[in-house]
Each structure stands twice: as C-alpha cells, then as structure tokens.
Design a protein around this ligand. Structure first.
Ligand code: ZN
Ligand code: ZN
Length: 284
C-alpha cells in the first residue's frame, strides 16, 4: 500500500529566498518518491524547459536522476519537455517515458507572432538517447495507487483552450491540446491527489476525470499548474467556487496559474493554499 509520498519541485517559475542555489524558470518538473513498505518507486513528472536548469536544480537539490524508475510527461509543450534530453543523457541505460502520442504534433502559439512551443527534440532523438516511448491516449496505472489520467474530457464550458495552434492533415487549426494529462494518486484514508502539468484541459475538468478513473471522490491535494494566467474573472471565480466545494486540504498552485488566480484561491481557501516554488518539498 502506498505510504507517505514525497514531492520535490525541481523546476518552477519561482524560487524562494531560502533556496538560493536553485534557478527559477518558466516550466515545471516534479520528483515523486513513493513508498511501499521497504520498497521505493521514483517517478519524474515533466522535465522543465531546459536541460541546463533541470540538471542544475537536480544537483542543487541532491536528487539522483539515475534512481528514477519512470518519466511521465503532462503534454508536449517545451516548458514541460525541454529538459528531457539532459535527463536521458545524464542517466545510465534506457527508461520508459509515458506520454500521449500527440506530444510530438506541431505545437504553436500565435502571440506575438506564430512560434513553435513544442518539444525541442524529435521522437527519434529521444529514443536514441535511451527513451522507450510509451504512447498512451488513455489512463495508465504506473505504480500501485498512481495513474496518469490520459486525455481529459472537456465538460466545463468555461474552461476553454485558446491561443494554441497546430497543423493537422495539412490544415492550420486550433490545438485543443488533447495530449494534456495529469497524475492521480489515491492515498488510502486521505483521498485523491491530483498533480497537473499545465491543466490545459481545465483544472476542474482534470479533477473530475481523476475522480472518475480512480473512483475516489474526496480531493485531498491539488498540485501543479492550473493554467489561469489569462483567464477572465468569471473563470477564476468559478474555479475558486468549485475548489471551495471540493474542500481539499492542500492546494499548491504554480507555474501557469497566474498571480491573480493564486490570490483569489488564497482568499477563498486560506492557509490551505500556498504557491509553489523550486526546491519545495511536499510530504503528503
Ligand atoms: Zn502547456
Ligand atoms: Zn506549462
């Protein structure tokens, strides 16, 4: 049975003053240590935006990348995949990378001008560096009590995906980022822990889907990017209200959540909500 999961934030947009040896960067990477009696499983969730920052912070935080059993990627954007090649090159031997097959589809943003924001490597390069790519569209059980969500159904009408583009079958079109997924951890006696990348699917949609695939209703903790940076007041308000009802004990927004949404969530959830910073450890 899963006991005492511990998370370490390796890459995040902000660094706290008590951790001056680490570098902040627009991106996200979280190291998860999961205990099962005498056994430990180490999982890497995303890899930040660059190998330089990823490896520097891992060293500064004294995290051995060689002990990682599995890497899961939340989606294809560079700020979550950009450090992967560095991690692979640092490690001995091959390792499984679990992600949606669309992480390698063209990922574009149209502001200020059309630009590429996808993974800075190809599937072939990742494989040559030791990646065993596991392409999963749906949920996958990656360790006892731990699942990736796979594609997240878009139910909440207020949680729209805007400003992202792709090219599909020769057509330039909106990217709804179908590859976006989260991690769902079932903690016996406590409830569900949802760990997001950017939550492009919508943070509430993501929680609902995690509840559905695990069969666990009670939300215990929510950690990661909530993608409310460009959200209007109505959406921020609806999110704060939904989270208030879900009543989680721990809420750690970071990365793409946006200052305004963080303030609003702190106002609504009080002490339970604290923004993330590089080097933070979260004992669940
Ligand atoms: Zn993204
Ligand atoms: Zn992001």
């Amino acid at each position: 049975m899963l006991q005492d999961p511990r998370l370490t934030i390796i890459v995040e947009n902000s660094a706290s003053l008590d951790n001056s040896s680490v570098w902040a960067q627009h991106g996200l990477s979280i190291f998860l240590e999961l205990g099962y009696g005498p056994e430990r499983i180490r999982l890497l969730w995303d890899t930040g935006a660059s190998s330089e920052v990823m490896l520097h912070n891992a060293d500064a935080l004294d995290l051995d990348l060689n002990v990682i059993d599995l890497i899961c990627l939340s989606h294809g954007h560079y700020d979550h995949t950009g450090g992967l090649m560095g991690v692979l090159q640092r490690r001995n031997g091959r390792i499984c990378i679990l992600a949606h097959p669309d992480i390698f589809s063209p990922k574009l943003k149209d502001r200020p001008a059309l630009q590429f924001i996808g993974a800075p490597f190809t599937r072939t390069q990742a494989k040559a560096a030791g990646a065993i790519m596991l392409d999963c569209r749906g949920p996958a059980a990656v360790a006892p009590g731990v699942m990736t969500t796979g594609e997240v159904p878009r139910i909440e009408t207020i949680e729209k995906v805007e400003g992202f583009w792709t090219v599909r079958e020769g057509q330039y079109c909106q990217d709804t980022i179908p590859d976006d997924q989260a991690l769902a951890v079932n903690m016996p006696g406590k409830g569900l822990v949802v760990i997001t990348g950017c939550a492009h699917s919508g943070i509430i949609n993501t929680i609902r889907h995690a509840q559905k695939i695990t069969g666990v209703e009670k939300l215990y903790a929510l950690i990661g990017g909530f993608h409310l940076m460009e959200a209007d007041d109505k959406r921020i308000e609806a999110t704060a209200e939904a989270l208030r009802k879900l009543d989680p004990a721990i809420v750690r927004p970071g990365h793409c959540t946006g200052q305004k949404a963080v303030y609003r969530l702190q106002e609504s959830l009080g002490e339970r909500c604290r923004p993330l910073a590089v080097g933070d450890t979260i004992q669940l």
